[in-house]
Design a protein around this ligand. Structure first.
Ligand SMILES: [Zn+2]
Length: 135
């Protein structure tokens, strides 16, 4: 999973089902963009709280041709088991919170386009975009 994530030009996350592993595991790593962030190995992650809805522009390695605008929460509290099976909890904000929501969606069989409300106006072909975010 780490290899597949790092193979993406600006990959900040990956969920096991994206590479054919049907388990509740995801990796989120926004340390390139948020200095204090650490790589999170999320086993059985679940949101405990979510607030502060915002518009997020996202891409995904499972749908490389597009980015899209969709609603996400800017602040979440997430619980999971780490790679050692230990219970963990943390509050995340901004891009880390959004990436966590994106990866939990994958674990539930959803892609970001499933949350787009207006496909015509909110989907943007990659070629027209300068800033790329893949997770
Ligand atoms: Zn994705």
């Amino acid at each position: 999973m780490v290899q597949a994530m790092e193979a993406q030009p600006s990959g900040i996350g990956i969920a096991a089902p994206q590479i054919g592993i049907l388990q509740q595991i995801a990796i989120v790593d926004v340390s390139d963009r948020v200095r204090a962030a650490k790589r999170l190995y999320l086993v059985n992650p679940r949101l405990l709280e979510a607030k502060d809805e915002i518009l997020s522009r996202e891409g995904c390695m499972s749908l490389p041709e597009y980015t899209a605008y969709l609603k996400r929460y800017n602040q979440v509290r997430v619980a999971w088991q780490d790679e050692n099976g230990e219970h963990q909890e943390k509050a995340a904000i901004g891009i880390e919170a959004i990436c966590i929501q994106h990866e939990i969606d994958h674990l539930q069989g959803m892609l970001f386009i499933d949350r787009v409300t207006a496909l015509k106006t909110d989907m943007i072909p990659r070629a027209k975009t300068l800033k790329k975010t893949s997770n």
